[in-house]
Design a protein around this ligand. Structure first.
Ligand SMILES: [Mg+2]
Length: 376
């Protein structure tokens, strides 16, 4: 079997109601999918986290190095591409682009062997993953606390046992939102807060100390990811477990972050860290340091499917009857093509999402819907 083509598809939808993270404004949903074709007719799909257009450009730059290769030589292709792009890309878009290619190769391998990816990776520890609802961004021109509380209460009514809201809009505003959400979801639902690195150490410590009374499960990306020393300080000076890792790409970045004891919870994203191949290596690093892994997921059903296979292979940690169960990040913000591009949407049932069991990623792309959202 040989790779004959590597294509990208940029999907786009303008949002009627833009929303903000601590530092950015989402006016549209825009994601980059990777499709790999082979001479046997098998095709594989992957997805890249982050800016779609740059990812597409890097995938296009990598493609000639992989065309003609056996798509089952996943490790060889990964390292060949990495070695060629290393000098300008030890972090960032080189890894996110490579992630999309790697996931598509695993999809082909699964279809070739007629087995789901989690089976090829050694087997699923779990077939159904408890999901948490991600949302709670600040609507542009709207009140964060009010919008957040209403949305999160709705997610809990839909069956989610856990929700995550965005913060990083100023301490007093954030505390209002956290208090309103806790009030709205009741005492039992789990609540996480994500600052998207919108704070410095001084303010992050204050937020963590004040948020603790609202029973927060983790404090995500309190400070900028490149400052590992800042993470050490936030860990040491406030009581909430600290989570991060969605922008630590590749084994070397994660190894350094773990070595410096920066987080209690590591959040690799298979569409960013270098694909399923690299994500699996990260599990070994996390195991050595006994750091909890709760993957980050942000994208279409392709990213969700890849994330679910990764969740399935997370080893039990600690190896006990009452071990912590990883949660699947389940984005609830508006995205009309997220599920529409697959023939069978990946939905939750009372807060749980089943791991796909078909060959490869276990999804089938709906071409006509895909094309209706594709921009050149
Ligand atoms: Mg995050």
């Amino acid at each position: 079997m040989k790779i004959t083509a590597i294509r990208t598809h940029i999907l786009h939808h303008d949002l009627d109601q833009p929303f903000q993270s601590s530092f950015s404004v989402f006016r549209a949903r825009r994601h980059c999918l990777v499709e790999i074709e082979t001479d046997t007719g098998l095709t594989g799909w992957g997805e890249c986290l982050g800016p779609a257009d740059i990812n597409a450009a890097v995938v296009a730059s990598m493609a000639p190095l992989a065309i003609g290769a056996n798509p089952l030589d996943i490790e060889i292709i990964w390292l060949t591409l990495y070695n060629q792009f290393r000098d300008q890309g030890q972090r960032g878009v080189m890894h996110t682009a490579l992630s999309g290619i790697d996931i598509a190769l695993w999809d082909i391998a699964g279809k070739h062997h007629d087995a789901p990816i989690h089976q090829l990776m050694g087997g699923a520890w779990r077939k159904s993953i408890p999901a948490y609802a991600t949302g709670g961004f600040r609507p542009e021109g709207g009140d964060h606390a009010t919008a957040c509380a209403a949305d999160m209460a709705q997610y809990v009514r839909e069956g989610f046992g856990a929700v995550k809201i965005k913060i990083g809009y100023g301490i007093e505003s954030d505390m209002r939102a956290i208090a309103a959400v806790r009030e709205a979801i009741g005492p039992d639902a789990e609540l996480m807060i994500d600052a998207n690195h919108g704070y410095d150490v001084v303010d992050a410590v204050t937020v963590g100390q004040r948020a603790a009374e609202f029973n927060v499960l983790w404090f995500e990306e309190p400070v900028v990811p490149e400052s590992l020393g800042a993470y050490q300080q936030v860990c040491a000076r406030q009581p909430l477990p600290v989570a991060a890792g969605e922008t630590w790409h590749g084994r070397w970045a994660v190894a350094e972050a773990l070595k410096q004891r920066t987080v209690h919870i590591l959040q690799p994203d298979v569409c960013g860290i270098g694909g399923l191949s690299e994500a699996r290596k990260i599990l070994t690093l996390a195991d050595i340091d006994q750091v909890r892994v709760v993957p980050h997921v942000w994208g279409t059903a392709v990213a969700l499917a890849a994330g679910l296979h990764f969740h399935a292979i997370l080893p039990p940690m600690p190896p006990s009857h009452e071990q912590f169960s990883p949660r699947l990040e389940f984005d609830r913000t508006h995205n009309p093509f997220r599920q529409a591009i697959v023939t069978q949407p990946i939905e939750h049932q009372n807060g749980f999402v089943a791991v796909p069991n078909g060959p490869g990623l276990g999804i089938e792309i709906n071409r006509s819907v895909l094309e209706s959202f594709t921009v050149s």
